[in-house]
Design a protein around this ligand. Structure first.
Ligand SMILES: *[C@@H]1O[C@H](CO)[C@@H](O)[C@H](O)[C@H]1NC(C)=O
Ligand SMILES: *[C@@H]1O[C@H](CO)[C@@H](O)[C@H](O)[C@H]1NC(C)=O
Ligand SMILES: *[C@@H]1O[C@H](CO)[C@@H](O)[C@H](O)[C@H]1NC(C)=O
Length: 726
């Protein structure tokens, strides 16, 4: 676990003696200088920081969600809007941007498009070197933005609307952060969340050397690491924290767009800090970012058989194999589970914010970025069992059989089992029809029986990336390693150790915090340890560059960190292909036209609220609607819950981004293009009694062309307090 110790006088005074504090330099001189300068007056800003948030919500209906690879998991509405949260950090010489976005992942194409947009306004301020974009890994947002064939396969190809929503939202969040930059200080603090995550592949974890496992109390990381940003005049600006957990509390039966557990934790934190501001509108921004979550599930009740409720076998199958084995909990249903996990994360981050043991982050910013062609890499591997060293190398991307089995967070659609290390002739025939792995591929991937030789599949265009982004940001004594995929628990621990050692060797300093920022910039699936890989669970089967993917990354990040600290430039590496230039396959049909239900207009209320409601009640109303894809209502809302003021004006108290509301779209006639929406509002316990109404805002596509807005509003209804009820 990372430990953080207070900084010594040198770093504390680094602002005044900044250039001389830069390692490697003459350490002695630096110490002397810092000693002479002493501490800066308290409260002086050490960095400039800007935070920004923007809506990234894509098409909420009829587009398959990204994450579970389940083609029938198409959106039918919205529970929580998704957001991009950006943090610009500047030390006067270097500028770093960290973005956490409520998205399944980030692809090279998305980041490249964001950078192109930023460059039209800011020229060369924002580049690959200083913009790190990390996906939270929610599994409940519309897909089709990745472009690589395999990742867009289950979404019926490329979905321009998803792509644009993501690119525009991320760009806007960075622009907002840019415009908000002011002098600020940064603090680091760490805490623990004990009961919010479990390991979903303990069998693979157990294959790691015992001596290594014995160093850790848990088989997943429980540490939450938080950076806190305070502007001049003690103004709270924002926070980023990293905790390793899959945002898969919402399972693969969910059809409502959601930012899942970590997204809701952000909302809870921001609500407290921003008081009355509507969600996504306040100045304070709190990101709950992804880390080494590869084998980490939030479904803390663990895997059980679907019907019998019994424990699954050690291989995660159920008797007779006619039942699915999947994990759930801790709540009664997925909404409650999402909320419970979100609250655990939120509570610990808030505790840290209010009274955590903080150390100030001080010292220069150093950035390195390099594109790496993974199949071309070599590294040295020490086999702990045999004690022998060997040169190993990366493989052409390939997915193993167990990939198709899915995980206990979302079982797969075919009869594949995890832990498969032998292959099946029928599937091999299908596979060879797509692309046959070469004997070299088979040898290279070792324990993995190849289901899809994606590295050999070139038609119609790239199936999985070969070139990935590797990225390191050093902020004083905090090192953030942006990794292009899902590192497992032990992979993340090894990476942190290697980075800490490399940094210590270069810095001669012991008090470092090393953060693994997950799913950054490129998505290349999972990264297990070579030992976990041998077991070929889902994560091993999805470690696409072979058993030594991690071995290669350890070497790469060691080089990156050393270069960053030595202030040495690295070769930028080969640029990944620009898939936007390809003739991207897209089978998602556009909205053709809308017509209202017979004898109705768009926005007509078909179901009115009850006259009187109480806290805890769910108010459900229904409107004649257009297709939500006609307008994503970016930065706005499909619905508002409004309260009547004394002066006869109305105030919005909730939007479609609130936990208490859901927005469900249903097609009533495909031929006519008719549809309606169901809007629900769970009356909160702390509701202000009074008169309320619910509004729906939408757009319809006229059959002869054009998209037009409409709105509808319910009758007033009365909200009474529970006291009246009793
Ligand atoms: C604060 O953190 C430092 C560094 O981790 C540690 O040495 C110290 O004991 C902590 N203090 C408290 C009160 O927890
Ligand atoms: C998903 O959660 C719901 C409860 O919200 C449950 O009924 C269903 O069985 C779960 N399905 C899976 C595959 O986890
Ligand atoms: C280490 O060597 C042993 C013996 O050859 C082998 O069984 C094992 O798979 C190797 N471990 C890794 C991670 O390659």
């Amino acid at each position: 676990m990372d430990s953080v110790k207070p900084r010594n006088a040198c770093q504390a005074g680094s602002r005044a003696s900044k250039s001389s504090c830069r390692p490697p330099g003459a350490i002695f001189l630096v110490l002397l200088l810092c000693f002479l300068v002493g501490f800066l007056p308290a409260g002086r800003a050490s960095y400039s920081v800007g935070v920004g948030i923007a809506d990234t919500t894509g098409p909420v209906a009829e587009v398959v969600f990204m994450g579970y690879a389940k083609m029938d998991q198409k959106g039918t509405g919205l529970h929580l809007r998704t957001f991009s949260r950006a943090f610009v950090i500047d030390d006067g010489e270097e500028r770093f941007v960290f973005v956490s976005v409520d998205s399944a992942m980030i692809g090279h194409g998305v980041r490249a498009a964001v950078l192109r947009k930023l460059q039209t306004r800011f020229e060369k301020i924002y580049t690959e070197k200083n913009v790190m974009i990390s996906g939270t890994h929610t599994h409940s947002s519309p897909g089709g933005f990745m472009m690589d064939v395999l990742f867009d396969l289950t979404t019926f190809g490329f979905v321009q609307e998803s792509f644009n929503a993501l690119v525009n939202g991320i760009t806007k969040s960075i622009e907002r952060a840019h415009d908000a930059v002011l002098p600020a200080r940064i603090f680091l603090t760490q805490g623990q969340v004990l009961d919010a995550n479990i390991n979903r592949s303990p069998l693979a974890y157990m294959n790691n050397p015992k001596a290594e496992r014995d160093k850790y109390e848990h088989n997943v990381d429980k540490t939450i690491t938080q950076l806190q940003f305070i502007g001049v005049g003690d103004r709270p600006l924002g926070a980023i924290n990293w905790f390793a957990v899959h945002p898969t509390s919402m399972n693969n039966t969910n059809r409502l767009v959601s930012s899942d557990n970590v997204g809701y934790a952000s909302v809870l934190f921001e609500k407290v800090m921003n008081k009355d501001a509507m969600i996504g509108k306040g100045p304070f921004v709190a990101a709950f970012a992804s880390s080494n979550l590869g084998d980490v599930s939030p479904n803390t009740r663990g895997p059980k058989c679907e019907f019998s409720g019994k424990d699954c076998s050690a291989q995660y199958t159920c008797p007779g194999k006619h039942e699915m084995c999947f994990a759930s909990g801790p709540g009664r249903n997925m909404f409650e589970s999402t909320s419970i996990i979100a609250r655990k994360l939120f509570q610990e981050s808030m505790r840290l914010w209010q009274g955590g043991n903080v150390t100030e982050v001080l010292g220069p910013i150093r950035l390195v970025h390099r594109f790496v062609d993974m199949p071309k890499q070599t590294a040295e591997f020490l086999n702990e069992t045999t004690g022998s060293k060997a040169e190993v190398h990366g493989c052409q991307p390939a997915m193993g059989y167990s990939f198709a089995a899915g995980t206990t967070d979302g079982p797969g659609s075919f009869a594949f089992e995890q832990g498969t290390t032998t292959s099946n002739p029928l599937w091999n025939t299908v596979r060879n029809f797509l692309a046959e792995p070469t004997p070299e591929d088979v040898r290279c991937h070792g324990a993995k029986p190849i289901l899809l030789a994606t590295g050999r599949m070139v038609l119609p265009y790239e199936w999985q990336p070969k070139v990935v982004s590797t990225h390191v940001a050093v902020l004083g004594n905090v090192i953030i390693a942006g990794v292009p995929g899902e590192f497992t628990t032990m992979s993340g621990r090894r990476l942190r150790d290697v980075i800490r050692k490399a940094a210590n060797d270069a810095l001669q300093e012991a008090d470092l915090a090393v953060i693994v920022a997950g799913l950054c910039n490129t998505y290349s699936d999972y990264i297990t340890t070579p030992e976990e890989y041998q077991i070929q669970r889902y994560e091993g089967a999805s470690t696409i560059y072979g058993p030594h993917t991690l071995t290669i990354y350890l070497k790469q990040y060691q080089e990156l960190v050393t270069a960053a600290i030595m202030k040495k430039d690295l070769e930028p590496g080969p640029l990944p292909p620009d898939l936007l230039k390809e003739n991207l396959i897209s089978l998602v049909t556009p909205v053709l036209y809308d017509t209202p239900k017979w004898r109705h207009d768009f926005g007509d209320c078909l179901q009115q609220p009850p006259a009187k409601v109480f806290p805890g009640d769910v108010v459900t109303v229904q409107f004649v609607s257009g297709h939500p894809r006609n307008n994503l209502m970016t930065g706005s809302t499909y619905l508002t819950v409004e309260r009547l003021n004394d002066d006869e004006t109305w105030t919005s108290v909730a939007t479609d981004a609130d936990w208490e509301t859901t927005f469900v779209w249903e097609r009533t006639s495909v031929v006519l293009g008719s549809s309606d929406v169901l809007i629900s509002w769970k009356v909160p316990d702390d509701v202000e009694p009074g008169h309320y109404r619910i509004r729906h805002n939408g757009h319809y596509r006229y059959i002869l062309g054009g998209v037009y807005p409409y709105q509808g509003v319910t009758n007033q209804f009365q909200v009474l307090t529970s006291a009246v009820k009793r």
